[in-house]
Design a protein around this ligand. Structure first.
Ligand code: ADP
Ligand code: MG
Length: 571
């Protein structure tokens, strides 16, 4: 874990070296100062050489100037190093999440993902800056001070150090406890985030059910749990800080009292006693630093551990070696004995066999929950089949580069996701480098032109978060315009018009008919009128594909489809 953490320093090794060596230099100057004072009191003062005293003073001042500028470097460049590492990790995590497969998002709360990317990494930067530096400097100062104290007076040095083992024990015990406490705190704040994300994005549902109080109560519970977790951690911290404080004061006391006694009995010069007291202060600094690290380390590491947990999750659907780049598919799709389940115990699809010819429009009908959407999700490899295979133009889709496969497939669903931004940006999502002309052409073919021209700001109109300012039909047409830009040979229309009223559906139907031209189209629809013109109809139920054929033929057969048809038209 630690080695992995250090690997993030590699791109910033120059920065680290500058920061680190400056910090070491500052520490050396601090170690030397009490020695200078002792020499000053014991040797320089009695000599009464004023010019020397003055020049020593000036010399010391210059050293302090050097030390100050080095401290500036440590403060600024050190933090820069930390922030750089934090930013790298955040970027890596975001990239990684973007690559995850659908099953990951099925099983992970959005709020938890947000937490990992934001909060969990807050302390990493501080740890990255202070961690290695402070540990090294502390050990160096500690050993240095101890060694100098031993050379000044062995008895007093040993006496002062009696407390140290207790101090170490306290730090270790508290460290372990804090580790647990911070971990708990992180998982609790993730819950708070998940709750916020849920009820804010669902706020319209919340308010329409007037369930605000219910949501507030749920939030309060999560928030309180977070509070007690964080408080628990602070309690341990306060306890350990007090322990450390009293032990360190005890050292000072021992030095003062025992040192006075040694001094009176002539074993210790006055200068050495002053030096000793100053060294106790030098000694306390690393202890301060270590106890600050004691807070920072478990916090940062708990976050880092959660970071690596996510980073180590391999996307479920990924490219094989030497995957084939398929930029120009015709669109012959074939399912061979395909079986699939979402959770490995309840099969959704079993032994599905299906042929779609390039350019053909095939409609899927059947009860909801039968697996129509699932069939369509398997084609772009949102999920991989458990058994059997799907091939396009004779190539197994698992042999294809995932990105190239998906670039050949367009999907229009019932709810269209629009991004915050302008109409233009949202249409251009189908082809990021589209020219204005291309965007206009796509809008025209999606029958959006009149609507856009009626807006005072036209294409630059901001559509509000997730397109809340648009009607269902308008959103649907934006989705269609995106498809004209993307221009894929394979098209999936999953209940694209189901949420619309019949009149709007008619208008959109024209756009859709044009869109399906020369593409292999899979269309799922409730209203059978929508699919009257399909080349073929496939009836899917829980038992799999039950009927397949042309509209008239199926009606004639008098099976499930004929039944559905009768129910819809004879009311
Ligand atoms: P249809 O589109 O025909 O209404 P779906 O393909 O959406 O049916 O769903 C088929 C079955 O798979 C249903 O029982 C549904 O509950 C289940 N299902 C759909 N999506 C998921 C998912 N992401 N995770 C787990 N189960 C799912
Ligand atoms: Mg569906």
């Amino acid at each position: 874990m630690i080695r992995r953490f250090f690997s993030y320093y590699i791109p910033h090794k120059k920065l680290f070296m500058i920061d680190f060596s400056s910090a070491v230099f500052v520490a050396i100057l601090e170690l030397a100062f009490p020695l200078a004072v002792q020499w000053y009191i014991d040797s320089l003062l009695p000599s009464g050489a004023w010019t020397l005293i003055l020049s020593v003073g000036i010399g010391l001042f210059c050293l302090y100037l050097v030390s100050t500028s080095l401290q500036y470097v440590v403060n600024y460049l050190g933090h820069k190093l930390g922030i750089n590492i934090e930013t790298d990790m955040r970027r890596e995590l975001f990239q990684h999440v973007q690559k995850q497969s659908f099953r990951f998002f099925d099983n992970t709360k959005t709020g938890h993902i947000m937490s990992r990317i934001t909060n969990d990494l807050f302390d990493i930067g501080e740890l990255a800056h202070h961690g290695p530096e402070d540990v090294f400097i502390s050990i160096m100062t500690f050993i240095g001070a101890f060694w100098i104290m031993l050379t000044l007076n062995v008895k007093l040095a040993l006496m002062a150090f009696i407390v140290i083992p207790f101090l170490v024990w306290l730090i270790v015990v508290c460290n372990l406890k804090m580790n647990k406490a911070w971990k708990k705190m992180f998982s609790r704040i993730a819950n708070v985030n998940a709750r916020v994300e849920d009820s804010v994005s669902g706020v319209r549902v919340v308010q329409s059910f007037t369930n605000e109080e219910f949501e507030i109560a749920r939030f309060k519970k999560d928030n309180n749990e977070f509070r007690s977790a964080k408080l628990g951690a602070y309690k341990i911290m306060a306890y350990s800080n007090s322990g450390i404080y009293i032990m360190t004061r005890f050292i000072l006391l021992v030095v003062l009292v025992y040192g006075a006694w040694l001094s009176l009995s002539g074993e210790l010069s006055h200068g050495a006693l002053v030096g000793f007291v100053l060294y106790v202060n030098v000694l306390l600094k690393p202890i301060d630093k270590i106890s600050a690290l004691m807070e920072l380390y478990p916090k940062g590491m708990a976050g880092f551990k959660r970071f690596t947990e996510l980073i180590d999750m391999e996307p479920e659907v990924k490219d094989v070696q030497n995957a084939i780049d398929v930029s120009y598919l015709k669109g012959d799709i074939s399912f061979k004995d395909v079986s699939f389940s979402y959770d490995n115990h309840k099969p959704v699809l079993q032994g599905i066999n299906l042929q779609l010819h390039a350019g053909e429009t095939v409609a899927f009908v059947g009860p909801s929950g039968a697996g129509k959407t699932t069939i369509c999700s398997l084609i772009p490899r949102f999920y991989d089949v458990d058994e059997g295979s799907i091939s396009i133009d004779g190539i197994d889709i698992r042999e294809m580069k995932k990105q190239s496969l998906r670039s050949q497939i367009g999907i229009v669903q019932q709810d269209v996701f629009l991004f915050t931004g302008s109409l233009r940006e949202n249409i251009a999502y189908g082809m990021l480098n589209a020219t204005d002309e291309q965007i206009k052409e796509a809008a025209r073919r999606a029958h959006l032109e009149d609507f856009i021209q009626s807006l005072p700001e036209g294409y630059e109109t901001q559509i509000g978060e997730r397109g809340l300012k648009l009607s269902g039909g308008q959103k649907q047409r934006i989705a269609i315009a995106r498809m004209f830009l993307k221009n894929p040979p394979i098209l999936i229309l999953d209940e694209a018009t189901s949420a619309l009223d019949t009149e709007t559906e008619m208008i959109i139907q024209q756009a859709l008919t044009e869109l399906t031209k020369n593409r292999t189209t899979l269309i799922i629809a409730h209203r059978l009128a929508t699919i009257r013109n399909a080349d073929r109809i496939v009836v899917v139920t829980e038992n799999g594909i039950e009927e397949e054929g042309k509209h008239e033929d199926l009606i004639e057969q008098g099976g499930i489809f004929a039944n559905l048809h009768r129910v819809q038209y004879q009311k």
